[in-house]
Design a protein around this ligand. Structure first.
Ligand SMILES: Nc1ncnc2c1ncn2[C@@H]1O[C@H](COP(=O)(O)OP(=O)(O)OP(=O)(O)O)[C@@H](O)[C@H]1O
Length: 618
């Protein structure tokens, strides 16, 4: 057995810092400078990782955008050449220069257009493949994360990572990003062409850049904050919606509809306000830029006109200058608009990269110890356990479950029964001590060996959409029809399945395929029976079944538990009676341990519980 300290993942990294930069930081709208930098580095790192293997198509897209921008920027230069050179030549009866300039104009426009189209197609292909990979990664990674993560990170938040955040990135990639790149390119080329035509007018443009820059910085700071707020508000809205819909039974049973509606409406208002703040800041930024652009055109016109009169600037050059100055501000406006999508996408990327940076707390061992055929000897060696930084739930528990024994676990609510189950199935690792299977620390087993050897059947007996057959074969998809049927027969659910409209092919979620709570449990027993683990952990359903239903489930259970180590969180007397051994827990400690008949006679807690059960049946 290895020392527990060796198994702690990320032991050298302060937990608080890790938490602050990963998914836990999601709800924060303001981050301190260090965290903000760490979040940015992480997002850029992710982006780099996604783009690096796609450098060839990216380089091709880059080439196309350069050619298309050059084609567009050539226009005013050709207009200048037409006015200052070709028209005077035509006046002197030489039409050739004008034909040449006209032809060049057409060629530049055609080249610009064709390359712009090709660029959009090339860039979108890269963008779509990046999105597809990100979508897959988020799904794969979320599935890999330990139960601890899923118990603390609500499903609504996971859903918004996969939906609205990836959607924000899609919006950016689809419309925005290609536009941002071509706009930036257009600005650089236009500025350079302006200096080329007349550097003095270029200086006028440079002066105008200062107020434009100040305005843009102001806009950036504001909108960054507002976009974070907007995304947080949107995630809260989704969380509330998902929670209400998944807990609909409780909502309706306790008539929580008005309260839920009020809370949802409040969150909706917060979301609306966050959006309004974004529009407010946009509404000031864009007209501000237009104003700066128009003032610059006016100044360039006045100065240029003056110099034309003086004879130091040609009319054609003045026209080209005005066209360039006007064109220079168009992409800035476009950038301003794209900035929204960019902000939204940056915030989304921060969150998605946070989720991807979460490490499974239950880590896969680097050098797993093989355990091809487990016997099922389970031992909790002096286990102490607490959830995260919370109070100690299990103080120093030493428990041995010999191979083949059926153990019923009883105790008051909150005593720690499910926690023991989660440790035996390694959904959590002990804070101190170790859990071993056939003498091997669970932390040293590969997930495949562990899940083959130890299976947990939970109260909910979750059925996935698909056929009954697929549901039974969940743990062994390669099982033959005969094996599936044999498992169903063994636990006594075969007759029920054959009575369904399409037998084993019936879709459990379709009409006619609806199954009762007891049948659902039997199907999940058949699933566990087929998986044939050495150790079975079962959280028995508390739902009361009718007497024939209960008898059926009980018989199924008896078959399922035979010949394997079983730990059953028992809620029924009949289950306890088929157990070889009963453990009664209280405040994380085992207070009674023995054969059911022995404990019933001993007059302790189990005896009292046993008597109460007997009375309730009588
Ligand atoms: N995910 C969790 N995070 C933090 N604390 C938890 C978590 N799950 C359980 N606890 C706490 O650990 C203690 C033991 O809980 P556990 O679920 O093991 O009890 P139990 O005996 O199975 O109770 P029940 O019969 O009600 O299911 C309780 O005090 C509970 O509040």
């Amino acid at each position: 057995m290895t020392a527990p300290a060796d198994h702690r993942p990320d032991a050298d990294r302060p937990a608080a810092r890790r938490r602050a930069t990963t998914a836990a930081a999601d709800d924060a709208t303001t981050l301190d400078a260090d965290t903000s930098r760490a979040v940015r580095t992480r997002s850029l790192g992710l982006l780099g990782e996604l783009l690096r293997p796609r450098w060839r198509p990216l380089a091709w897209a880059g080439l196309l955008v350069v050619v298309s921008t050059a084609g567009q920027v050539a226009g005013p230069l050709l207009v200048q050449a037409a006015i200052d050179t070709a028209v005077p030549a035509l006046v002197a009866d030489d039409a050739l220069p004008l034909v040449a300039v006209g032809g060049a104009y057409l060629l530049a426009a055609a080249l610009g257009g064709v390359c712009a189209g090709a660029y959009v197609r090339a860039a979108s292909r890269v963008a779509q493949s990046v999105l597809l990979e990100l979508r897959r990664r988020v799904f794969r990674h979320t599935q890999r994360l330990s139960l601890e993560f899923h118990e603390s990170y609500t499903s609504g938040r996971v859903i918004s990572r996969q939906t609205s955040d990836l959607e924000a990135l899609r919006e950016l990639f689809d419309g925005g990003l290609t536009g941002v790149v071509s706009s930036l390119m257009l600005m650089v080329f236009t500025g350079a062409a302006l200096f080329w035509v007349d550097w003095r007018s270029g200086l006028v443009l440079l002066c105008a850049l200062l107020p434009a820059w100040v305005l843009t910085r102001w806009f950036q700071r504001r909108s960054q904050l507002y976009y974070r707020e907007q995304r947080t508000a949107s995630a809260r809205l989704i969380v509330k919606f998902v929670e209400t819909m998944t807990g609909m039974r409780a909502v309706q049973a306790f008539r929580r509809e008005p309260a839920s509606e009020a809370e949802y409406a409040h969150l909706g208002e917060e979301y609306r306000d966050a959006n309004l703040r974004i529009f407010g800041v946009n509404g000031r930024y864009q007209p501000g830029l237009v104003l700066i652009g128009n003032v610059t055109v006016a100044v360039a016109l006045a100065l240029g006109g003056w110099r034309v009169v003086e004879g130091t600037l040609d009319v054609g050059a003045l026209v080209a200058v005005l066209l360039y100055v006007k064109r220079f501000f168009q992409p800035i406006q476009q950038l301003g608009m794209f900035y929204n999508a960019l902000q939204s996408a940056v915030a989304a990327l921060e969150k998605v990269s946070g989720l991807l940076a979460e490490e499974p707390t239950v880590a896969e061992p680097r050098h797993p110890v093989p355990l091809p055929a487990a016997r099922g000897d389970v031992h909790l060696h002096d286990v102490t356990f607490r959830y995260g930084e919370g109070p100690v739930v299990l103080p120093d528990l030493d428990l041995h479950l010999p191979a083949g024994q059926t153990v019923a676990l009883l105790g008051t609510t909150g005593a720690g029964k499910s926690t023991v189950a989660k440790l035996v199935t390694r959904f959590y690792d002990p804070s101190q001590g170790a859990v071993t299977l056939d003498g091997v620390d669970l932390r040293d087993l590969s997930t495949t060996d562990l899940r083959r050897a130890v299976v947990m059947v939970t109260q909910e007996a979750y059925l996935f959409s698909g056929s009954v057959r697929e549901n039974i074969a969940l743990g062994r998809p390669d099982a033959t029809d005969a094996e599936v049927e044999a498992a169903a027969r063994a636990v006594g659910v075969h007759d029920f399945v054959t009575s369904l409209p399409d037998g084993y092919a019936t879709d459990v979620n379709k009409r006619g395929g609806r199954v009762s709570a007891g049948q659902r449990q039997l199907i999940s027993f058949a699933r566990a029976f087929l998986a044939d683990p050495a150790v079975l952990v079962l959280d028995e359903a508390t739902s009361s079944l009718d007497v024939p239903g209960e008898r059926l489930v009980q018989e199924g259970l008896r078959t399922l538990l035979a010949d394997r180590t079983a730990l059953v969180i028992a809620h029924r007397l009949s289950t306890v009676e088929i157990a070889d051994r009963v453990l009664v827990m209280e405040h994380g400690r085992v207070v009674e341990d023995g054969a059911p008949a022995e404990l019933a006679a001993a007059g302790g807690r189990y005896a009292a519980l046993h008597a109460a059960w007997r009375d309730s049946i009588a």
